[in-house]
Design a protein around this ligand. Structure first.
Ligand code: ZN
Length: 256
């Protein structure tokens, strides 16, 4: 909740390429560094402005790692508490909980910039940049990706692909969440989050979401309208997958 209060409460609106998004990225990078992660800032142009991805990883780990991502930008006029300070907070807290675990070396945590549509009608620019800047070999070897996006609005979790790439990661994520007793449904979802560009590159992607809600892309997407209980629920859900991640699972994901 502290991360959400900072991002959506103090910093507020974080439109791509604006100072709000920059301040969000700086906060997230600082948190990852305090946990002992290396941080790379990947800059790119979105709708004529400089935007960035914050990429955190433990040194000396596996190359071409599993990606856990959450976008940090919001739309104009919306503080983006559920969309998507909630996903960033869940990602940061899972990163903290596994910081000293060997599984941290299988993963890159990425806070994506410019997920939302720019004035030019283009979306998912941060995640598309992340995928495009890999070599062909590296793209083939990325085992999978989970986008955590809008996960604390009082609704049950939904897990699925965008209907484009292999479903092995989404199915596995669904099973691991289900096994914890958390209410979750498997569905093929929209191409409306950062798993889209990964799936288009043939990488098994998953979208962890709780669906559209009344405060979506509205000034009312505030900390006060967030479900604190669901932040915890979504954190437990992602942690269940991360704690189950093993080298042979990664090998299996790479075969798709
Ligand atoms: Zn979003």
């Amino acid at each position: 909740m502290g991360h959400i209060r900072k991002l959506a409460g103090e910093i507020g609106v974080r439109v791509q390429g604006t100072n709000g998004e920059f301040l969000g990225s700086r906060y997230i990078a600082r948190k990852f560094r305090v946990m002992g992660y290396e941080v790379d800032i990947q800059k790119f142009t979105a709708d004529g402005q400089t935007s960035r991805n914050v990429i955190a990883y433990k040194p000396d780990g596996m190359s071409d790692r599993f990606v856990i991502g959450a976008h940090m930008d919001s739309v104009r006029g919306s503080p983006g508490a559920n969309d998507n300070a909630s996903g960033v907070a869940v990602m940061l807290e899972v990163a903290r909980l596994i910081a000293n675990n060997h599984r941290a070396k299988f993963i890159k945590f990425v806070a994506f910039g410019s997920e939302e549509y720019g004035g030019n009608g283009v979306h998912h620019v941060g995640s598309a940049t992340y995928v495009a800047r890999r070599t062909d070999r590296s793209r083939r070897r990325i085992p999978g990706m989970i986008s955590v996006d809008m996960v604390a609005d009082g609704r049950p979790l939904l897990v699925g692909t965008a209907g484009i790439g292999p479903d092995v990661v989404a199915k596995t994520l669904f099973r691991k969440i289900k096994a914890t007793g958390i209410d979750v449904a498997y569905r093929t979802l929209c191409d409306c989050s950062d798993n889209g560009p990964f799936e288009r590159a043939g990488i098994p992607g998953a979208f962890m979401w709780s669906g559209l809600e009344p405060n979506y892309h509205d000034p009312s997407d505030t900390v006060a309208n967030l479900s604190r209980r669901d932040v915890r629920r979504s954190g437990r859900a992602l942690l269940a997958f991360v704690r189950a991640l093993k080298r042979d699972m990664i090998t299996r994901f790479r075969q798709y």
